[in-house]
Design a protein around this ligand. Structure first.
Ligand code: 1VU
Ligand code: MG
Length: 349
């Protein structure tokens, strides 16, 4: 562990100082674009204005013989569009640390579009050592190429070892932005018996006790991801980072996607990945607070202007703790309202 005084020092001479606090940004969805696909890439300028983050994916889902094309495509799309103009984040998911592509991914991208890049998503992070490696390398590249804003790092939590080390990963560097749950690789790494990408499983359920009349026993599916999301949210929030649900693979089941996203939202996640255009509206719906909740939260905040004491609202006790809960919702509603005039009206903010 670094000594506290040295934690925020740049890791290379000439690299920008790390942020003390994360920039406050609305990141309801991290929209995945396959940069080797010319047709999809051509839609990026139009897409950029409709999502909070555009991510050029270089890792899984890119065929081996397209790895270079994907990297070049990402550089081209970063150069072609002014993402900052619409307040849209520009991220890339680089290849894994044990792959032959990761060095060229970072060298080429930071040298050519380092000043436009907000976040590097790192897959299959196993422990803090992976973050330290990327942290040092990014600092050297930022210094070499005169990048003035620190590039943040986002870890995918998708191996059993990564989950075991999640707290150490979250506190590994001031460059950390947050984490995403990767349910497909994680399922494989853990030996879970599912071929689905996120969501529930019909066989993972609880069943009521038998009754004396032999009536059919009530039974319901349970959430396979509850434990991991909770663990990830705690590690992230304890370190001032943001937690995200990752991919939902069944594009044809919007209802299940929405349920998975909403569980993550309620548990503390800031957003989720969108892999297909039809998931963007779902993320927008889910990762903005419910207008009735916002209205009630505003009443709580107004009833206790300094955030202390105890008052009753509609028969419900409010105190310092519920004021903080209300503040989470009001702050998010304000952030959404800044970007979405329709919701601003609905929220009355
Ligand atoms: O209507 P058009 O033909 O003009 O456009 C198609 C398609 O090109 C477009 N589209 C997209 N546009 C922007 N961003 C996207 N991610 C995207 N995906 C598709 O939408 C129109 C309708 O598409 P479709 O329903 O016909 O679907 P396709 O067969 O064209 O595409 C499906 C795939 C899966 C290939 C595509 O959606 C994609 O590449 N998505 C991203 C996949 C990805 O990044 N996977 C890795 C992250 S998940 C992980 O690592 C663990 C599981
Ligand atoms: Mg993965």
């Amino acid at each position: 562990m670094k000594l506290p005084r040295r934690f925020f020092q740049p890791l290379a001479t000439g690299a920008p100082a790390p942020f003390r606090e994360l920039p406050v940004k609305l990141e309801r969805m991290i929209h995945f674009v396959p940069p080797h696909n010319d047709k999809v890439r051509a839609r990026v300028p139009e897409l950029a204005a409709t999502v909070d983050v555009v991510l050029g994916n270089l890792e899984d889902a890119v065929p081996v013989d397209q790895k270079e094309a994907a990297r070049k495509g990402f550089v081209a799309m970063a150069q072609a569009t002014d993402f900052a103009a619409s307040g849209t984040g520009l991220w890339t998911r680089i290849n894994a640390l044990n792959s032959p592509w990761i060095l060229d991914d970072l060298f080429e991208i930071v040298s050519q579009v380092g000043d436009k890049l907000d976040v590097v998503m790192v897959p299959k992070v196993e422990g803090p050592w992976d973050i330290h490696y990327i942290d040092q390398l990014l600092a050297q590249l930022e210094a070499k190429h005169g990048v003035s804003k620190p590039i943040l790092v986002h870890a995918i939590l998708e191996t059993a070892e990564g989950v075991a080390n999640v707290d150490a990963i979250a506190s590994a560097s001031p460059r950390m932005h947050g984490m995403s749950l990767g349910p497909a690789d994680l399922a494989a790494s853990r030996g879970m018996k599912t071929t689905r990408v996120g969501g529930g499983h019909p066989d993972y359920r609880v069943i009521a006790d038998p009754t004396s009349d032999g009536a059919a026993r009530a039974s319901a599916q349970q959430d396979l991801w509850h434990y991991t999301i909770a663990k990830m949210v705690d590690a992230c929030m304890a370190n001032g980072l943001k937690a995200f649900y990752g991919p939902f693979g069944d594009f044809s089941d919007g209802e299940a996607c929405e349920a998975q996203f909403r569980n993550a939202f309620l548990m503390g996640c800031a957003g989720a990945w969108t892999l297909h255009p039809n998931q963007v509206a779902i993320a927008k719906r889910v990762f903005a607070p419910d207008p009735a909740e916002v209205a009630f939260a505003v009443r709580i905040v107004e009833a206790m202007p300094d955030g202390t004491g105890a008052v009753m609202l509609d028969g419900k006790m409010q105190d310092d703790a519920t004021w903080k809960q209300a503040k989470v919702i009001v702050d998010l509603a304000r952030l959404v309202a800044e970007k979405d005039p329709e919701l601003a009206k609905t929220y009355g903010l």
